[in-house]
Each structure stands twice: as C-alpha cells, then as structure tokens.
Design a protein around this ligand. Structure first.
Ligand code: IPM
Ligand code: MN
Length: 363
C-alpha cells in the first residue's frame, strides 16, 4: 500500500477529454476526501501533433513510465496522418504497448441490465466473457517498420514468438480460473482463436496454446478459427468465457463483441504488463460527436475501475479494491435505471451520467 499513487492522465483527442474527465471525477468520488490518487496531466495525440509536430512527447512518455498507472481518454483524428498514411495520433497507445511491454489487453464483454443487445432474445447476464488480446506482437509489431517498394508492393510482417504466446496464453488460463465460467453452462473455458488452418504463425500459436493448456487441466479448452469466431460471437455469445487471440484478431473481434453489448461505449479495457498498466476504453475518439457533451463515459469509467483493481491487487490496497467494486456496482445500477447516453438510445448527457454515478458513490 502506498500513501500516494501517481496516475498519468492523457486526455487525447475528440471525445477523449470528455470521457477521461468523467472517469477521473468518478474515481475521486469513489475514494472520497482522502483519495490517495493524484492525476497529473500530460499531452499527446493528434491535436498535439498538429500543434507541435509531436504526437507523443518524450516527457509524456517518461511520466507514463514512471507513473503508478496511466489513464487515457482516446487518441487519433482521421486525416492527421504521417506521410505513409498511418495515423499520428495512435502513437501514444501503440508506443506505450510496445515500449512498456503491455502484453495483455484484457477486454471484458458484458451485457448489463438496462442495455439492449442487437441480438434477438439475449438479455443481461447472457453475455459475459473476456477477450484477451495479445498486445505486444502479432501483426501490429510491424507498426512503423513495414515497407513500401517503389509504390507497387507493401509489406507488414506478422510476428509471433514462443515467449509472447506462452505468456498471453497463461494469462488467459489465469483469468478463466478467477472467473465464474461461461454464462450458458458455468464452465471455465479458454478458447484459442486463430487461423491455424492457413498460416504457419497461427498454427504455431495454437501449438503453444496446446502445450500451455496441459498445465491447466481444470480449465476446458477449445480452438476456433477467427472467421468462425466472428459468427459464434453473434450466434452463441453465452458459450464463451475467455478468448485468447493474436493482436490484430483481438482488435477486430473486440468491436464485433462490443456491438453485441451496446456498442463501443460499453467496452472497457486494461492493458497490462509485468510493470505498467494502461487504462482506456476500447473505442476511438469519435470526432463527430466531440464537444457535444453526449459521449458515453461508461467504457472509460469501467476502465478506471479496472485500474483501481489492478493497483489495489498490485499494492495490496483494500481501499482501491473496494472503490473499484463500488464503481462497478453503481455503474450497473445507473444503467439498470435507464441512465443511458445517445448511443444506447437514451437521452442522458455525459455530465448527467457522471454526476449521477458520483452522487450514488457519495451516498
Ligand atoms: C484499440 C484501438 C487501437 C488499436 C488504436 C487506437 C491504435 O482500435 O485499442 O482497439 O488498433 O489497437
Ligand atoms: Mn480497436
């Protein structure tokens, strides 16, 4: 337990500042007047790039590395790109992942009471699984290092290492052990999602998965090809408990999965390594609704709760674990009471939702 925890806060672009400020307010409300967290703010992102020519200044990186945790709104703006066409505003997220070795991207997918799934006949509690996205290698490892030959041929390389696969697969089994199993049958189950039938790197991923699985005989295992997986997540979401996959596949499935539980606004994430933790919702910066006060803050609020969990466990700090639990409980109550933003077909503003969550936490 520490007296003070430094949370490096980066607001980012678009709706980033709105949802990030909401999450900070909620964390403060949950911890009360003796809140041991400090929230120093640092710049990064596409807007900062337009202003200064730098999307991720070195002092921001140093502060993030030194902080006890990192909290982010969202980054990137369409059209703010490097000469190679890739987005400058994504550096913050991507460089943190690689340079702080945040190999595990934990993305809970849960359908809450009060939120309507676009899937017919699916109700709260029917969807409750985790997508565990490998976050440090895979196809994303080529970021900034691909090649374009004479304007004719472009190449990015998919990298999968034994060490990288092993550690993410172990994490998947550990998450399954801590969970209540799949909603449909209560079975603790890890699904290895790959494309082992086509590419050698994915066949390797699967073979390492099978080796590691032997150490967890109490957990059921299965394989799913990623294309079939996209269908399963729509047709039988209740079957899943923990899904582990390569970086890019995890990215794509995350959005599909989020859609089944109310959309990107309902998708929190925790990106953790052995030393550092980085917390932001899985959504982007939604510039089309930025500044209107209507952004859905739940994803970032739930990501902040995950941050408190991670800090609380890492530092054996009951206060933080309790606050995380309260934020989750209150969030669920607010959703169940119909406190819904426009993306959830409700009328509540970001401020109304945040204010309500804070009031309930203070009560
Ligand atoms: C995500 C986002 C990021 C990704 C972007 C912001 C770099 O889509 O976290 O899923 O592509 O991984
Ligand atoms: Mn994504």
């Amino acid at each position: 337990m520490k007296d003070v925890y430094q949370i490096a806060v980066v607001h980012g672009d678009g709706i980033g500042p709105e949802v990030c400020a909401a999450a900070v307010e909620v964390v403060k409300a949950a911890l009360g007047p003796d809140c041991p967290l400090r929230f120093p703010e640092y710049p990064a992102g596409a807007a900062h790039f337009l202003k200064t020519g730098q999307s991720f200044p070195q002092p921001t990186f140093e502060a993030c590395r030194a902080a006890d945790a990192i909290l982010h709104g969202a980054g990137g703006l369409p059209g703010v790109v490097y000469p190679d066409g890739t987005e400058a505003g994504l550096d913050f997220t991507l460089r943190l992942r690689f340079e702080l070795d945040l190999y595990a991207n934990i993305r809970p997918i849960k359908l809450f009471e009060g939120v309507t799934s676009p899937l017919a006949g699916v109700k709260a509690g029917d969807i409750d699984y985790v997508i565990l996205r490998e976050n440090s290698e895979g196809l994303y490892a080529a970021r900034g290092a691909g090649a374009l030959l004479r304007g004719q041929v472009a190449v990015d390389t998919l990298v999968q290492t034994r060490a990288g696969i092993e550690r993410i697969v172990r994490k998947a089994f550990e998450l399954a052990r801590q969970s209540n199993g799949a909603p449909r049958d209560g079975v603790r189950r890890v699904t290895c999602c790959d494309k082992a039938n086509v590419l050698r790197s994915y066949a390797f991923f699967r073979s390492v998965f099978d080796e590691v699985a032997k150490d967890y005989p109490d957990i059921e295992t299965e394989h799913a090809l990623v294309d079939a997986m996209a269908m399963h997540l729509v047709l039988k979401p209740g079957h899943f408990n923990v899904i582990v996959s390569e970086n890019m596949f995890g990215d794509i499935l995350s959005d599909l999965a989020a859609a089944t539980v109310g959309g990107m606004g309902m998708a929190p994430s925790a990106e953790v390594g052995d030393m550092n933790g980085f917390f932001q919702a899985a959504h982007g910066s939604a510039p089309d609704i930025a500044g209107k006060g209507i952004a859905n803050p739940y994803g970032t609020i739930l990501s902040a709760a995950a941050m408190l969990d991670w800090l609380g466990r890492g530092h054996d700090d009951e206060r933080l674990l309790r606050a995380a639990e309260q934020i989750r409980r209150v969030t669920e109550a607010c959703l169940a009471n119909g406190l819904l933003s426009a993306d959830l077909k409700g009328k509540s503003s970001t401020a109304e939702i945040t204010g309500n969550v804070c009031d309930r936490l203070a009560a």
